[in-house]
Structure formats: C-alpha cells, structure tokens
Design a binder for this molecule. Structure first.
Ligand code: PEP
Ligand code: MG
Length: 328
C-alpha cells in the first residue's frame, strides 16, 4: 500500500470526470517540509507558525522567525505555502506570553488565543509580519489569520502587515512579488457575515477541528467527547454546504485545512459538498489522492444534495455504502 502511494507521488489528482483537486499538506516545523516532495503535495495549505513558539523557552526573535519562514519557502520551491499567524493560547499556551490570569482561563479554546491575543500583543504580530514579508521578498506570500470572528479583526491584522510593508518599502527593501491574505473560518459566527468579509480576502480556509468543536459545543481535546459528534453529521455537512454556496461566485478561493479532509469518507463528503481544495496531514496525501481518482464528482454531488435534503438515519453508513458500491 505504501508503495502504491509512493507511485501516486507524481500523479496529479484528477477525479474520474476530470476535475483537478488540490491536495496540500499541513505542516508546522522546518522538518515537516522535507515530506513535501516525498508525499507529492500541491503545497502547504496550513503552516502552523506557533510551533516555533511552542518549542521555544523564550519568544523567538524576529530574525529566527525570518530564517524559518525563508527555509520553508526555499524548500517548497514553486509550491505555495500558506503561513498562518500564531495561534497561541487555548490548548497551546506558552509561558512567556501567558499571564497567570490567561493560564487560568476556564475555557481556553474559547479564550484569549490566536488573533485575539495577537491583536492585543501588537509587537508580536508586527514582528511576525515583518519576518514573513522579509522572508518572502521577491516571492508570493500567503498569510492566513486564525480565529477570525468578525471582519474587523481581519482588517486590524492586515493593517499591521500594511504598516510593516510600508516600512520596508520606505527602506527600499525587496518586497514580496504578491501578497494574498486570507482568513480561517473556524468560529461559526464568521459564517453569518461572509458577505462583509469576502470582498476583503483572497482565500478562506475552513478549520474543521475548531469549527466542529464550536458547532457541537464539544471540546476537541476531551477524549470523553470524541464520540459525541461525527464529522459527517447532517449539522456539519449542511453548515459547510451553506458556506460553499455563500462563497461561490465571489472569486475567493475556498479550502478546508482541518483534519476532516484527511479521512477518506469525510473527504468524499467534502467533494460532494463542492470543495475542491484540501490541506491535510502528510500521511493522508497518498490515500486521499487515491480516493480522488475514483470519484465521479457529479455523482457524489447529486447524492450529497439528496442526503442534505433528507438526511438518512445514519449519514456515515450511507456514505460508506455509497463508496462500497463503487469500489471506493
Ligand atoms: C482547525 O482548527 O481545524 C485547524 C486547522 O487549526 P488547528 O488544528 O491548528 O487549530
Ligand atoms: Mg484551529
């Protein structure tokens, strides 16, 4: 099986009806990038920049950040890398940032984390912005903000980048050739105001890990709740379908970067919902490429429309049966 996946490395994943599906990988450490050519991903759809902060005992200096980002871009070559600004906090608290007060949060996943923290610690976001802009000089830079709940948060974060960009320009530094800004959709409230957000962003990436824990009010880190909801439940699928429809025709690139996309049945459901771009854990790239090549999009799309309209008693069983009948 591993050998079969290795063979798929250089194979572009087209569905049976000829649609190219973009299969990217999630990463967070310099070493992760080594698997980019190995697994044959279309790029890095989520680079979790907070990992560098989490493994460090002190705040990583801007120069160290720049070096990491530059190395990652070098290693990725022509393939795009989407850098997510720090998602510190929640289950990823770091001692040198978190005051005792923040550490004692009762609900850290819904607490002072990600963009909420970064917008308050503006020095931190400024340093990261400068590091990213410098690392991507002469290249295309993709920047993604985590835990955006309202459009103004996106504007405020982008303004920090604009400020650093103006600074570098004044200093006559070589700027990135192009910069694309995007937001993660992982707070359900954002889905209700997409009309306001879409004109400001170039891509939207759904973080299904956080999104589903918030939709079901079920802590993603609590093993006792692992069976409390299913990624292919009608509530999640209907929610995601509404997002697909809201984004359609806006010109905004839509992706999924949560772990959901790395599981075959879930990926099949996402294709049926209309998603064409997934960013997943490197180990899942081979299996998902294999799946994509067996799927007829029009068929799964029609099946999904029916299931969303009147959900079967067990959506997972219905999907599984559908897949089994087609040898998927
Ligand atoms: C997510 O929430 O789905 C996501 C991709 O981000 P993280 O898992 O790092 O929170
Ligand atoms: Mg998340």
């Amino acid at each position: 099986r591993q050998a079969a996946y290795a063979e798929l490395r250089d194979v572009e994943p087209f569905t049976r009806d000829g649609t190219r599906i973009q299969v990217m990988m999630n990463a967070g450490l310099r070493d992760d990038i080594a698997s980019l050519p190995l697994v044959g991903a279309d790029g890095v759809g989520l680079f979790r920049t907070e990992f560098q902060f989490l493994v460090s005992a002190t705040m990583p200096q801007r120069e160290r950040q720049t070096r990491l980002y530059r190395d990652v871009l070098e290693a990725a070559g022509d393939k795009p890398v989407v850098f997510r600004t720090v998602d510190i906090g929640g289950d990823k608290a770091v001692s040198y940032i978190h005051s005792e007060e923040a550490e004692n949060e009762e609900n850290p996943a819904m607490g002072w984390r990600a963009l909420r923290l970064a917008l308050e610690r503006e020095g931190l976001l400024k340093a990261q912005a400068r590091a990213l802009l410098e690392a991507a000089s002469g290249r295309t830079l993709y920047v993604m903000f985590p835990m955006v709940s309202e459009p103004w948060e996106f504007d405020a974060a982008k303004a920090v980048f604009d400020g650093q960009l103006a600074f570098l320009k004044k200093r006559k530094k070589v700027l990135p050739e192009a910069i694309h800004y995007g937001a993660m959709l992982e707070v359900p409230a954002l889905a209700e105001v997409l009309d306001a957000l879409l004109p400001r962003i170039s891509f939207l990436s759904i973080g299904t890990n956080d999104l589903t824990q918030f939709l079901f009010a079920a802590d993603r880190a609590n093993p006792k709740l692992a069976e409390r909801y299913d990624w292919v439940s009608p509530a999640i699928l209907r929610f995601l379908r509404r997002v697909v429809l809201a984004v359609e025709g806006s010109g905004v690139d839509l992706r999924v970067c949560g772990e959901m996309g790395g599981r075959p049945l879930e990926a099949l459901a996402l294709l049926g919902l209309g998603f064409r771009k997934l960013s997943i854990t490197p180990a899942a790239i081979g299996p998902i490429k294999e799946l994509v090549r067996k799927v007829e999009l029009s068929e799964i799309g029609a099946a999904m429309t029916g299931w969303l309209h009147s959900p079967p008693p067990d959506m997972r069983a219905a999907l599984q049966q559908w897949a089994d009948e087609r040898g998927i």
